[in-house]
Write a protein that binds this ligand. Structure first.
Ligand code: PNS
Length: 167
């Protein structure tokens, strides 16, 4: 059984993430989308770990071999615990490569896990959750960048944030 993990913060999941998950699901028997639930970073997130996982559950339900899980601590420990042999990462541009290579080498020095890089589809090469949040905060149209269910939650959350700030 070939198992892979697609790790990330997914705050929130974008169409770029989904493209990588879909392609990984063609290459591996099982794919786990693993959401980093690191508590020290939770204040900086727009969505809680439960909300991020809920959105992923919804948008990944179409793939028969993809599940969603949370993880805290080292990704390599998660891989060992679940019998996962490969970490799948999307590469958008050369600028992603230096850091991703360093992480891949560190991870394979910690345990026997390979990192597989999938080049991002050109239409998503500029896409990042942080940019989606920024553009949406200032009223830009992000409807082609995130799944429609995520767009609804994003709009709601940003409205909640705005009314909290106005109080
Ligand atoms: O979506 P992100 O924020 O780029 O995801 C980063 C993530 C969660 C994949 C990365 O920070 C990670 O693997 N964290 C787990 C902690 C860990 O294993 N650190 C050592 C990396 S070499």
């Amino acid at each position: 059984m070939r198992r892979a993990v697609c790790p990330g913060s997914f705050d929130p999941v974008t169409n770029g993430h989904l493209d990588i998950v879909a392609r990984a699901s063609q290459l591996f028997d099982e794919v786990v989308v693993a959401v980093g639930v690191n508590k020290s970073k939770s204040k900086a997130r727009l969505f809680t770990a439960e909300e991020r996982m809920g959105m992923l559950d919804e948008v990944c339900s179409a793939f028969g071999n993809v599940t969603v899980a949370g993880f805290d601590g080292l990704l390599t420990t998660f891989c060992q615990e679940r019998g996962i042999q490969a970490i799948v990462k999307g590469l958008r541009a050369v600028s992603d490569f230096d850091y991703e290579l360093q992480m891949a080498q560190m991870n394979s020095s910690l345990t026997a896990v390979e990192t597989v890089f999938i080049p991002t589809s050109p239409e998503y090469s500029f896409l990042a959750s942080s940019l989606v949040k920024e553009v949406a905060t200032f009223g830009g149209d992000v409807s082609s960048l995130v799944p429609s269910s995520v767009l609804g939650r994003l709009t709601e959350r940003l409205e909640e944030r705005r009314s909290e700030e106005d109080r």
